[in-house]
Design a protein around this ligand. Structure first.
Ligand code: CA
Length: 229
C-alpha cells in the first residue's frame, strides 16, 4: 500500500502528539500543526490524503480552515475533532465541508476505523467514477457536476455525497440511519434532525420549481429517490 499522509491540526499538544504517534504505529504518515494558519500553509504546501481538524484553534479556527481546504481541494476527506456535540455544531461543520466528526474524548481505535472508512469511500468513488442518473437528474462523479434538466445545480460537498448515496440506491427506501451510517459514517442519534435538514437543502436545490419531484419522503421509514413520480 502506498503511504497515506495525514495532516493533524490540533493545538492541544498532548492530543496532537498522541494522534501522530498512534497513526505512525498504524503505518500512516502524519504531520502536526498546532495552529490553524500554520495548518493551512502546510496543507497548501503538502500532499495530504486526509485532514484531522480541531475546531477551537489559534490562528484560523477549524470551520474557517475546513472551508479553505474545501475550496482548494473539494475531495480530500476532513474529519473534525470536537468537544462540542450539538446538532448546530455538526451542521456548521458539515456546512464547512467536513466529512465526519469525532467527539472528544475519543477512543483511538474508533478514530482509526472512521479514518479507514473515509479513505475507502474516497477510493471507491474514484474507482467507479462515471455518471449516475435519475430521470433528468445527472451526477458526474469525475467532474463533480450535477445537472437537472440540463441546468447546473451547485451543491456543497455534503449535499453531493447525500445525493450520490440516494442515487446509488434509487427506487429503494433508505432510512435515516442508513443515510447517517453511509453518508456520515456516524451512528447519529436518529432523534437529531441533521439528516432531514440536509434532505431539505437538497430538495430546494434539485426539486424546487419542478412539477416532478425526485426525492420523496416515506413517512415513518425514510426517503426514496425515484426515477418517475
Ligand atoms: Ca483546541
Amino acid at each position: 500500500m502506498q503511504d497515506i499522509h495525514i495532516l493533524i491540526v490540533e493545538d492541544e499538544k498532548k492530543i496532537a502528539d498522541a494522534l501522530k504517534q498512534g497513526l505512525n504505529e498504524n503505518a500512516f504518515e502524519a504531520e502536526v500543526a498546532y495552529d490553524g494558519t500554520i495548518g493551512w500553509k502546510m496543507f497548501q504546501g503538502g500532499s495530504f490524503d486526509l485532514v484531522l481538524l480541531d475546531i477551537n484553534l489559534p490562528g484560523m479556527n477549524g470551520y474557517e480552515l475546513c472551508r479553505a481546504i474545501r475550496s482548494f481541494n473539494p475531495s480530500v476527506p476532513v474529519m473534525m475533532l470536537t468537544a462540542m456535540n450539538t446538532v448546530e455544531d455538526k451542521i456548521e461543520g458539515f456546512d464547512a465541508g467536513a466529512d465526519d466528526y469525532v467527539i472528544k474524548p475519543f477512543d483511538f481505535r474508533e478514530l482509526l476505523v472512521r479514518i479507514r472508512a473515509l479513505l475507502k469511500r474516497i477510493h471507491r468513488t474514484a474507482a467507479t467514477g462515471t455518471l449516475l442518473q435519475a430521470g433528468d437528474l445527472q451526477m458526474n462523479l469525475d467532474s463533480k457536476e450535477v445537472t437537472r434538466n440540463g441546468q447546473q445545480v451547485s451543491l456543497t460537498a455534503k449535499e453531493f455525497q447525500l445525493l450520490e448515496y440516494l442515487l446509488r440506491n434509487k427506487n429503494r427506501v433508505v432510512s435515516r440511519s442508513d443515510i447517517a451510517l453511509n453518508v456520515w459514517d456516524i451512528d447519529f442519534d436518529t432523534k437529531t434532525n441533521v439528516i432531514d435538514v440536509y434532505v431539505n437543502y437538497l430538495r430546494k436545490k434539485i426539486d424546487k420549481g419542478f412539477d416532478n419531484p425526485i426525492i420523496h419522503t416515506q413517512v415513518g421509514m425514510g426517503y426514496i429517490l425515484k426515477d418517475k413520480s
